[in-house]
Design a binder for this molecule. Structure first.
Ligand code: GLA
Length: 360
């Protein structure tokens, strides 16, 4: 069913936004730190038109689900909560938003830690910006999207995902200072490309575990008398903290330092070992890995031609990212998946996008 079959008219305009994968700088963004995401080929597209019955209507092609907002005081759940959240944050920012019909379709995998929610928020805000000619720049779009996520999806997230979806592309890595929002597009290390594999394990504890880690970091910063853990650069300073805050802070400090090292320019081999160190730190100090992610990362790290690998996103399930020799991504991905399946898990390759490359 397309837009006109659902809403009885053609859409007036449409906009898209990609998912993202983070290469380095995990759980640093809500500590005012540094991140290195890139856009993935999969994206979300939102078609939009005015609605003439005084109500908002949302349709998800992937879920075959239609939500009609009959009562403006009702907050929807599921995919509609993100769209509704975007409309509400625009209104809170002083924009007048007429009743809208929105149709969503997406190739960004859900629940894999590749920011399907940020892609939906950014695509929705872009579509509304275009339809209503709102004077919003891409950073403002990301900020509004983050507000929608915090207030309507209940995740106390940082700004990485929304900035990546709004500003990154697939040809570069986006270096972002999440405190100042200063950014730089940097090239991939020469001769390297990325592989992303979903572990097949859903991110069950993601929201509660995430919000808890964030609270722990805030407490650690408070005890160290700094505004945010980003202000600590020497890992020795974390030694005065009680456990588990010491390990949480140590992860954030070492992770920020790893990102800053990449910014100086590193070989693919060095980038890879920084990714390996990041995984160990997320597993042992930050405790957001699960056995399936560790298994997948171990297989990747042992494969010749793979420079490094780690879990990506919030953790507690979801996907792993690896940096591999360029031109070989598909072969490494298939090889890894075969071995992963032999361990009893069932994953899938997300990048390179085999559906896109097989269709080409
Ligand atoms: C989620 C959040 C981001 C970031 C990552 C962890 O994706 O939405 O803001 O904190 O987890 O790095």
């Amino acid at each position: 069913m397309n837009f006109s079959q659902i809403f009885g008219r053609l859409p007036e305009t449409q906009a898209s936004a990609p998912g993202r994968v983070n290469l380095l700088g995990e759980h640093t963004d809500y500590n005012d730190g540094f991140v290195l995401p890139t856009a993935i080929p999969q994206c979300t597209t939102v078609q939009i038109g005015l609605s003439d019955d005084g109500q908002h209507h949302f349709y998800s092609e992937n879920l075959s689900d239609r939500v009609d907002i009959l009562d403006i005081n009702y907050t929807p759940s599921g995919f509609a909560s993100y769209i509704f959240g975007c409309i509400e944050v625009l209104k809170a920012a002083g924009q007048t938003i007429p009743p809208l019909s929105l149709y969503v379709k997406s190739s960004v995998p859900m629940g894999s830690g590749l920011s399907s929610s940020a892609a939906l928020e950014v695509a929705t805000l872009r579509a509304i910006r275009q339809l209503l000619e709102l004077p919003l720049d891409d950073v403002e779009i990301a900020q509004l999207a983050q507000q929608a996520e915090i207030h309507y999806a209940g995740v106390q997230c940082g700004i990485m995902d929304q900035m990546a979806s709004s500003l990154a592309d697939t040809e570069h890595i986006l270096f972002l200072d999440t405190r100042t929002l200063e950014r730089q597009m940097i090239p991939f290390p020469r001769g390297a490309e990325i592989v992303v594999i979903d572990s097949g394990v859903p991110r069950t504890l993601a929201t509660s575990g995430y919000n808890q880690r964030r609270a722990e970091c805030e407490e650690a910063a408070h005890l160290l008398a700094v505004k945010a853990l980003r202000d600590i650069t020497d890992v020795e300073a974390t030694k005065v903290l009680p456990e588990p805050l010491r390990r949480r802070a140590r992860h954030v400090v070492t992770e920020n330092n790893r990102v800053l090292e990449v910014l100086q320019g590193v070989t693919p081999e060095r980038f890879g070992s920084l990714m390996n160190a990041s995984h160990a730190s997320l597993r042992d100090d930050y405790e957001v890995s699960v056995p399936a992610l560790d298994t997948l990362v171990e297989i990747l790290q042992k494969t010749p031609g793979v420079f490094g690998a780690r879990l990506t996103g919030a953790g507690f399930g979801g996907a792993c990212v690896a940096l591999v020799k360029s031109g070989e991504g598909k072969a490494y991905a298939n090889h890894t998946l075969e071995q992963y399946h032999q361990t009893g898990y069932s994953g899938r390759v997300l990048v390179p996008d085999l559906e896109l490359s097989d269709a080409a």
